[in-house]
Every structure is written in structure tokens, then in C-alpha cells.
Design a protein around this ligand. Structure first.
Ligand SMILES: Cc1ncc(COP(=O)(O)O)c(C=O)c1O
Length: 458
């Protein structure tokens, strides 16, 4: 046992150390593996060849180069927002080629603050995809607005631009493209529709740092964009978020919002200048910014590696009947690949359920999941409609939940949610041989699908 944990520790340290050297060319294969198209799948009792700890451990932390700055911050005793947070904001704005960046406690509060300061409030409708993390919808509801769901394009996993206009009403104020999974939305079409109907565009780029449309970074194309630095994200701080925009007036207001309504530029925490607006307090800490600065140093290289591995893996698995990898829009010049998604058709796998397929992948040591459920049908929306605030802001007709549900059906998303399979971004930091391993394991599962189904789909 002792030996095993030491071995695991050494393996993880070795991989963590690789973080800096993973480059645009494929990293060498780290582990001898014998996966073979004709071997017995692990779920049927074959040997597991690739333990989960052997994938790149996330988040990556390199003590020698990452800890100096963090320790300086800790020893300074200045832990609340000060110069390191400002430095991180400048660095992130520069990286995205956007005028301003404001950090906040997390992506959820970045969205809440941005919507609030874009004045999207009670009575306003916001166009949004049902295929997103719950925080996107919670941010709309937190401001008293109404989410209006636009069904997806299953090929791209994104909000379908062709379905947006039919969802616009006199109350529509904003469009909220979510670059979900780190794959960019079709911003050309979304922006054109927004312009035509005079809509505000807030990009939820929480999963998509460094993704691009027409060589412009997502999050900087609409009126404002939001990012998340939560633990699993491509920039991992544990918790953290940011709002970016080229609009100074809006960003000044966001700054005030995140700092108790105090005028922008006043010393953080000062109480004698007087708050001029109703606000919150959602500031990032200095030590979080120090962690963020360390992570930013690796992001460019990691993003390149993820793109190369994703393209390669996609080119392999698209040849497996029943597997349909994501499609990128033609105007996408780079994706972030927070996740690597594909759709799974069990009919091509002898009826093996998606759950069974995922279990078989896990048995091979390949972490996978089925992703999101249908957000438009979740009970929290009904609960919000029944709240005191919503009853004061909306008419009885507007809060008719049955009618809302009827209006907000997203049949393509319903199906997509039953078909999607995800790999997390750290798998894409592996080697070319690792991608080959995933492909071979998937082929092997297909070959043995009937037997696996009998075992796991009882
Ligand atoms: C699409 C999307 N929006 C918003 C959020 C919220 O970010 P956070 O977890 O930092 O609050 C997340 C992250 O989890 C996300 O994936």
C-alpha cells in the first residue's frame, strides 16, 4: 500500500512537472500501454491498462516556479484586493486584447454583476441556451430577469442562431451566448441578430479562455464577457471570475458594484467617501491573484496542446460508427476545449446504453461523463416564479409555469443531453499515444458492446 501511494505520488509529480514542457508538438507517451483492439475490455475482466491517476493531474501546480509569488503575498499580510489583483486584471485584459478586466469572487458573480450593470433586471427577457452550467441561468434569475431558451445545434453543442429570432419579443433585452465546453458560438450570426434587434450581448465565456472567432477572443466580441477560474477550469484558481469589456463606463460601474458601491478609484474598503449605488462586495483576494498569475503563464501552451490533441482524437473517433465528435463553426479560429464532447448513438453499439459505455470507458481508466441535464426543465425556475419578488415584477400570465414550459421546450437539446459524452480538458494535455489509447479502447468497447451491455445494462 505504502509503495503504491509512493508510486502514484511520483507519477503525479512527474506529470505535474510536465506542465511547462507540454508543447505544441505532442508530449512523448509517458506510460507503456498495451491497449489492443483485440484485448478483453476491462469491464469484462480484462486488465486495466491506464489508471486514472496517470492522466495529467489538474490543476497543475509547480512549487519551484509558482510558490515564490504566493509566499510573498502571504508573508506581506496584504491579502485583500490590492496590487496583485490589479496586475492579474491587467495581464488578463492584455492577453485577451480588451481594454478592461475586473476580477470577482467567481464566474457566477461575474455574470450576476455584469447583467446587473448592463441593467438587465425585472421584466427583461434574456435569450440563452439550455445547454449550459446552471450558473448562467441562476445569474439571469438573480437579477429578476426571465430566461428564454433557444434550442441548440446538436452538431456544435451551441445555441442555434437560426432559432434566435423566433424567440424575440418586445421584452427581449439581451442575448447571452455561452461558449459551452470551450467551443465558440457562432458570434457572427449572434452579433448580427443582436444588432438588428438592438439587444445587449453578454458572453458567458467561463469555459472558453483563449477561444477565438475570426481571431478575436471570445468574451471580447459582445458588450461584455465573463470568465471563471474555478478549480476545474482551464485557468484554475479554486474560485475566481472576471468581467471584461471595452466600455469604460460599464466597467467603472462594475468596479463599484464589486466594492460596495464605492466610486471607482476609491481605496478598497474605504467607507468615508460614500457609496453612490446599491451594490455587493465580491472582490478577489491577493493570494488568489498570485495563483492566477502562475496559471496564466501556462495557458497559451496548454491551449495549443489541447487544440492539437482534440483535432487528432476527433479525426480518429469520427471513424467509429455511432460516434459523432463536436463540429466547430467555420469562423472559429481556436477553441479552448474545457471539455471534449461527442455524441454517442447506442444503436451502433448493439444497444449498449450511454451509461454502460461510460462505465466501460471508466474501467479502461478513461474518465468520461454524460454532461448536462436539461436546464430548462429544472425545478428552480418554477420555485423562482413562485417567489415574492417575481410575483411583484411579473403578471400572473407571465408566471404561468405550464405555459412557460410549453414555450421553452428544446427538443433537440433534450435528445443531445441523452447522447453527449465528455472528456475533461486534462486528458487533452496527454500525448498523441494517449489519444490513440482512447481511440483503441472505444473501438474495443464497440467490438464487445453486446457482451458489455449484457453485463452492465441489466
Ligand atoms: C458556462 C459557465 N457559466 C458560469 C459558470 C460559473 O462559474 P463559477 O463556478 O466560477 O461560479 C461556470 C463554471 O462553473 C460555467 O461553466
Amino acid at each position: 500500500m505504502k509503495n503504491k501511494s509512493r508510486r502514484t505520488f511520483l507519477q503525479q509529480s512527474a506529470i505535474a512537472g510536465l506542465g511547462t514542457v507540454l508543447s505544441s508538438s505532442f508530449a512523448p507517451s509517458l506510460f507503456a500501454r498495451t491497449s489492443n483492439f483485440n484485448s478483453v475490455p476491462a469491464i469484462l475482466g480484462g486488465a486495466t491498462k491506464f489508471d486514472i491517476p496517470k492522466w495529467v493531474k489538474w490543476p497543475i501546480w509547480l512549487p519551484e516556479q509558482d510558490e515564490k509569488r504566493l509566499l510573498e503575498v502571504m508573508r506581506s499580510g496584504v491579502w485583500s484586493r490590492a496590487s496583485v489583483v490589479t496586475e492579474f486584471e491587467k495581464e488578463w485584459a492584455k492577453t485577451l486584447d480588451v481594454k478592461r478586466c475586473l476580477t470577482v469572487v467567481n464566474g457566477t458573480n461575474a455574470l450576476i454583476a455584469a447583467l446587473n450593470q448592463l441593467n438587465i433586471r425585472g421584466g427583461d427577457e434574456v435569450l440563452v441556451t439550455p445547454y449550459t452550467f446552471i450558473a448562467t441561468i441562476q445569474a439571469i434569475l438573480a437579477n429578476g430577469s426571465m430566461p428564454v431558451f433557444v434550442d441548440v445545434e446538436p452538431q456544435t453543442f451551441q445555441m442555434d442562431p437560426a432559432k434566435i429570432e423566433a424567440r424575440i419579443t418586445n421584452n427581449t433585452r439581451a442575448s447571452m451566448p455561452v461558449h459551452i465546453l470551450g467551443l465558440p458560438c457562432d458570434m457572427d450570426r449572434i452579433m448580427a441578430i443582436a444588432k438588428k434587434h438592438n439587444l445587449i450581448v453578454l458572453e458567458d465565456a467561463c469555459q472558453a479562455p483563449l477561444a477565438e472567432v475570426n481571431h478575436r477572443k471570445v468574451g471580447t466580441i459582445g458588450d461584455a464577457g465573463c470568465f471563471s477560474f474555478q478549480n476545474s477550469k482551464n485557468i484554475a484558481i479554486g474560485e475566481g471570475g472576471a468581467i471584461v469589456s471595452n466600455n469604460d463606463t460599464f466597467m467603472d460601474k462594475c468596479y463599484s458594484y464589486h466594492n460596495l458601491g464605492l466610486p471607482y478609484g476609491s481605496a478598497a474598503g474605504s467607507i468615508n467617501v460614500g457609496s453612490f449605488m446599491q451594490a455587493s462586495k465580491v472582490r478577489l483576494s491577493e493570494y488568489q491573484a498570485a495563483i492566477g498569475l502562475a496559471q496564466l503563464k501556462r495557458l497559451e501552451e496548454q491551449t495549443t496542446t489541447r487544440n492539437i490533441n482534440a483535432a487528432y482524437l476527433s479525426s480518429l473517433i469520427k471513424n467509429i460508427p455511432g460516434i459523432t465528435p463536436y463540429k466547430l463553426y467555420d469562423n472559429v479560429t481556436r477553441a479552448a476545449f474545457h471539455l471534449f464532447p461527442f455524441r454517442y448513438n447506442k444503436n451502433e453499439f448493439k444497444g449498449l446504453s450511454r451509461t454502460g459505455f461510460i462505465k466501460a470507458l471508466l474501467a479502461e481508466g478513461i474518465p468520461a461523463s454524460g454532461g448536462y441535464t436539461t436546464l430548462n426543465t429544472q425545478p428552480f425556475i418554477k420555485e423562482t416564479f413562485e417567489s415574492k419578488n417575481y410575483k411583484k415584477m411579473y403578471s400572473k400570465k407571465q408566471l404561468d409555469y405550464a405555459a412557460y414550459m410549453e414555450n421553452n421546450q428544446c427538443p433537440l437539446n433534450d435528445v443531445m443531453c441523452t447522447e453527449a459524452v465528455w472528456f475533461t480538458q486534462n486528458l487533452l494535455l496527454g500525448s498523441k499515444a494517449d489519444m490513440d489509447y482512447i481511440f483503441t479502447a472505444m473501438q474495443n468497447i464497440q467490438k464487445n458492446a453486446a457482451q458489455i451491455s449484457k453485463t452492465v445494462d441489466k
